[in-house]
Design a protein around this ligand. Structure first.
Ligand SMILES: NC(=O)c1ccc[n+]([C@@H]2O[C@H](COP(=O)([O-])OP(=O)(O)OC[C@H]3O[C@@H](n4cnc5c(N)ncnc54)[C@H](OP(=O)(O)O)[C@@H]3O)[C@@H](O)[C@H]2O)c1
Length: 358
């Protein structure tokens, strides 16, 4: 496999690379990449044939969109790039202002029609383009009716301002309901979900992945390396390291859990067998999961991206896959327990019955 092993995103005609370039680091302070480093990341990904660029209006306080827009303009390849950005977080007040008691405009966040139009116009200005290929609802606001979201985003597709839309960080039922409403009304439907998915974050397997497959949405994992944890650069006995999760940082230290260190040990043994880096083995595992179309890779420096892009050349064998699956198996919750093979056999009188989707 390589970055030009193109595939369609969900039940759509949008053609994307198996690895998408995440640009959350572009222009971010501290743990991010400055303009020169961001340009290197962008150029290297494009030179390897990658076409799928993921940004958001809040990344770097708008800096990521501005840098991505500049790089695309400079290469003159707007049509060759699948440009994705996101709306929903509040554009009027920084989280810092909120913790200090400052209040922003409630209609500058969320999925209401007023904010979506505001956010899109602002993103288009920063990106220096007149359309977005894929517009993500970054996070579910918990209140806007699904009908309004489908209507607003579908209208933007029809107006040509966005080509497709999709959902990130939402309950599975919301994405399924939106897809159902859209199908019934014969209007544009969401084509993908973007969720945290890695060897140490497999919760989405119980509801989100089956929902996406049922509704024709591609799964796009974010933080496939758990913010760098799965690169193996942090040690159980000493987590200081140098990276995004070192010391006091905005991402916290939740990845440094006993269970995750055990998963890292299993990953190391598989990577050693394959003669590849831990990051490559971790990415290869995510990319091979059912329903996953394109995996978001992030980097703060070029050598990391070069390392990660080589994951397309790694194939885990069945034994390696099952060892990693076993080491990282999530504790089955209510839904997963109900759909276990044992329960299915009970339902079908002791027979093993395969459904059309496996
Ligand atoms: N929808 C959402 O809510 C959401 C949330 C998060 C991210 N995203 C998207 O997903 C993309 C990827 O997420 P992510 O950045 O969290 O992914 P990640 O792959 O889990 O973490 C990337 C970070 O890990 C470190 N790293 C990456 N490759 C490495 C390597 N080969 N060796 C050592 N360290 C390495 C770097 O940080 P250091 O060098 O600082 O250690 C890098 O910035 C983002 O850019 C964004 O587009 C979406």
């Amino acid at each position: 496999m390589s970055l030009v092993d193109f595939r369609t995103l969900g039940r759509s005609g949008l053609v994307v690379s198996p690895l998408a370039l995440g640009t959350m680091t572009f222009g971010a302070n501290g743990w991010g990449a400055d303009e020169a480093a961001s340009r290197e990341l962008f150029d290297s990904y494009r030179a390897a044939g990658g076409n799928f660029i993921d940004t958001a209006d809040i990344y770097g306080g708008g800096a990521s969109e501005m840098l991505v827009g500049r790089f695309i303009t400079d290469t003159g390849a707007r049509d060759e790039v699948v440009l994705a950005t996101k709306f929903a977080f509040n554009g009027s007040a920084s989280p810092l202002a909120a913790t200090q008691g400052g209040r922003g405009n409630p209609n500058a966040g969320g999925a209401g029609a007023k904010n979506i139009h505001r956010a899109l116009e602002a993103s288009l200005r920063r990106l220096g383009t007149d359309y977005v290929d894929l517009y993500w609802m970054h996070i579910w606001d918990g209140v806007t009716p699904v009908e309004e979201i489908v209507q607003t985003l579908g209208d933007l597709v029809r107006a040509g301002k966005i080509r497709y839309y999709a959902f990130s960080d939402m309950p599975a039922w919301l994405a399924t309901k939106a897809a159902t409403i859209a199908a019934e009304r014969r209007v544009p439907a969401p084509i993908a979900i973007q969720v945290e998915y890695s060897l140490v974050a497999r919760d989405v397997e119980s509801e989100h992945v089956p929902a996406a497959r049922e509704a024709g949405m591609g799964v796009v994992p974010w933080s496939p390396l758990a913010g760098g944890f799965l690169s193996g650069k942090y040690r159980r006995e000493d987590t200081s390291g140098t990276g995004r999760l070192s010391g006091a940082n905005p991402f916290g230290n939740s990845k440094f859990a006993d269970r995750n260190w055990d998963i890292l040990d299993a990953l190391k043994s598989v990577a050693d067998e394959l003669g590849c880096t831990l990051a490559q083995a971790a990415l290869a595992w995510v990319m091979a999961q059912p329903g996953v179309t394109a995996t978001l890779v992030g980097a703060s420096r070029l050598p990391q991206l070069e390392d990660n892009m080589k994951a397309t050349e790694i194939a885990l064998n069945a034994d390696q896959m099952s060892r990693l699956d076993a080491a990282s198996a999530p504790t089955p919750g209510f839904t997963a327990a109900l759909s276990s093979p044992a329960v299915r056999r009970m339902v079908f009188g002791g027979n093993s019955v395969k459904g059309w989707a496996g």
